[in-house]
Design a protein around this ligand. Structure first.
Ligand SMILES: CC(C)(COP(=O)(O)OP(=O)(O)OC[C@H]1O[C@@H](n2cnc3c(N)ncnc32)[C@H](O)[C@@H]1OP(=O)(O)O)[C@@H](O)C(=O)NCCC(=O)NCCS
Length: 202
């Protein structure tokens, strides 16, 4: 969709159609309010962003990305970047922290390195700061998030299961957190655990 300025009468009866620049806009949409067309376009974006190899974005990944708030960047009527935040509970140092867990961060590959992913993440960060005691995500894209104020959790990671804590050693060093204004004082080298879910627990 092209957004155009309205034709305006400039003095001598000459009409000029002005085209407004396509300013990126980040919208917040709860999962329940996503239209089926938006879901289709988002799934296409994820398929392109992660490709079809071993990193491919699966239905299980989509399951992890829903049930909370989506941050969708549109430019000129086209969805170009996305992240979502779902609520989870992380435990560390005796604290049970309502946590905004970030999923499905992706930008349309033809628009990488234009600041779109960062624009989405700045909105995500503001939402986490308002709504949760901690932000968290799993990644190996450290530089992208660290520039925005996220820090690597240095302590051992685990998942809480019906039969107790299970270590997730393969995730150690790949969990990043964002300290929120309401975060208690945390030791980033302490053990941390997440609630269980199917698939990748972190
Ligand atoms: C990770 C991802 C979302 C980043 O999206 P993006 O829109 O390209 O993000 P940005 O443009 O804001 O920043 C990306 C990089 O471009 C750089 N950059 C931003 N604007 C730039 C510009 N105008 N010119 C050159 N570089 C720029 C940033 O410094 C950043 O560098 P860094 O990653 O080394 O920190 C995108 O690469 C992607 O979709 N990857 C595939 C899916 C994925 O891996 N998701 C993350 C999983 S946790």
């Amino acid at each position: 969709m092209t957004v155009k300025g309205s034709a305006s009468d400039e003095g001598g009866g000459r009409y000029l159609a002005r085209t407004k620049p396509h300013v990126p806009v980040v919208r917040r949409v709860a999962t329940d309010d996503l239209s089926s067309e938006e879901i289709r376009v988002l799934r296409e974006l994820f398929a392109t962003a992660w490709g079809s190899g071993s990193e491919a974005f699966t239905d299980e990944d989509w399951g992890h990305a829903v049930g909370g708030m989506h941050f969708i960047l549109d430019q000129g009527g086209t969805i170009l970047s996305h992240a979502s935040v779902v609520e989870r509970e992380l435990h560390t140092g005796g604290h049970r922290l309502p946590t905004g867990y970030v999923e499905a961060v992706a930008t349309e590959p033809s628009h990488h390195r234009q600041g779109l992913g960062s624009a989405v993440m700045r909105e995500v960060d503001a939402y986490i700061d308002q709504s949760f005691q901690l932000g968290a995500l799993g990644t190996d894209r450290f530089a992208f998030y660290e520039r925005l104020g996220w820090v690597v959790w240095k302590g051992p990671t685990s998942v809480r299961t019906d039969s107790g804590l299970a270590r997730t050693t393969e995730e150690d060093g790949y969990v990043l957190v964002r300290l929120a204004p309401t975060s208690p004082e945390l030791d980033l080298s302490a053990p941390i655990s997440c609630d269980w879910r199917s698939g990748d627990v972190w």
